[in-house]
Design a binder for this molecule. Structure first.
Ligand SMILES: NC(=O)C1=CN([C@@H]2O[C@H](COP(=O)(O)OP(=O)(O)OC[C@H]3O[C@@H](n4cnc5c(N)ncnc54)[C@H](OP(=O)(O)O)[C@@H]3O)[C@@H](O)[C@H]2O)C=CC1
Ligand SMILES: O=C(O)C1=N[C@H](C(=O)O)C[C@H](O)C1
Length: 256
């Protein structure tokens, strides 16, 4: 059966890409919304105001919502999804602890899937980094991410899940050091975190391990936002078949 999705943030960078990939794949778009519904069409789809979202969920009954917006709106969309039982896939990053708690609360009523990065390559990077950090316990680790100048949150959501993996594999005391300034040498156990913002770079993540007269660098570069949209639509098809719960893309990606 053809998958039917609703798309939020429809005029944003990712919303437009999701609508483009949906059209290419023959995914049905039940409706699309942005903040104020300013009469625009994206990929031939009329964009409705966010205030109509709950009513549209009821009337159009999509199989899932695909959301790339901002933390505040994602929580609002998740609450509306919980009211109607429509699953929500979100790629939004920069959530606070309170936002995550609100999404978890909504997931008691409807399936909610969060993914800081829907690309296949980043899923492989997560595993490769975990393996390298485990194999090289004495080596210093530095993480760098680079994104376009319109990105709001830093460090990126992907950097945060990479850091969680690194810290999980290190098992000992480690401290995230954001940027570096001053006179002191590097402490053992530091994990340096560096965020660059420039031009229209889609997204790059690089993990450097160095020690014992050698270095190892693991890098992912996204060449197009379509890799994120494809992963999100794959996740939406999967989520439409699940029961209410809180899912992370990293834990289900291998099933897609
Ligand atoms: N998981 C992944 O694989 C990826 C995740 N992302 C994440 O997706 C999110 C969006 O990124 P991107 O598309 O580049 O951002 P954009 O700023 O280009 O688009 C965001 C869209 O969400 C809308 N929006 C933001 N806040 C609200 C709100 N409070 N109410 C209603 N609408 C709102 C914006 O509306 P308006 O224009 O009116 O502000 C805009 O349409 C970010 O968190 C980013 O980190 C991005 C790429 C891949
Ligand atoms: O904002 C972006 O563009 C991206 N955000 C995600 C993140 O914060 O990790 C994923 C990707 O790197 C692009």
């Amino acid at each position: 059966m053809t998958l039917s999705v609703a798309v939020t943030g429809a005029t944003g960078r990712m919303g437009r890409t999701v609508l483009d990939v949906a059209r290419e794949r023959g995914v049905d778009v039940a409706f699309a919304v942005n903040r104020d519904g300013d009469g625009q069409h994206v990929e031939g789809v009329p964009v409705r105001p966010a205030g109509e979202f709950a009513a549209l969920l009821d009337s159009e009954a999509p199989d899932a919502v695909v959301d790339f917006t901002g933390p505040e709106s994602t929580v609002e969309y998740a609450r509306a999804c919980a009211e109607t039982g429509v699953p929500l896939v979100t790629g939004t990053t920069g959530f606070s602890e309170a936002d995550v708690a609100a999404l978890e609360e909504a997931s008691t009523e409807t399936p909610i899937l969060v993914g800081a990065n829907f690309s296949r390559g980043v899923q492989a990077l997560l595993d490769a980094v975990e393996s390298a950090v485990t194999d090289l316990p004495e080596y210093d680790v530095e993480l760098m991410e680079t994104h376009h100048n319109g990105k709001r949150d830093a460090p990126s959501g992907t950097a945060k899940i990479l850091l969680d993996r690194i810290e999980g594999a290190r098992e000992g005391a480690s401290e995230r050091v954001h940027g570096r300034e001053g006179e002191a040498p590097r402490d053992e156990g530091e994990i340096g975190v560096h965020a660059r913002r420039a031009g229209d770079i889609t997204g790059e993540h690089d993990v450097l391990l160095a020690g014992n007269h050698e270095s190892l660098e693991l890098t992912h570069r996204a060449g197009s936002r379509s890799v994120f949209a494809e992963g999100a639509l794959d996740a939406a098809a999967w989520l439409a078949e699940q029961s209410a719960d809180y899912y992370r893309f990293e834990t289900i990606a291998s099933q897609l």
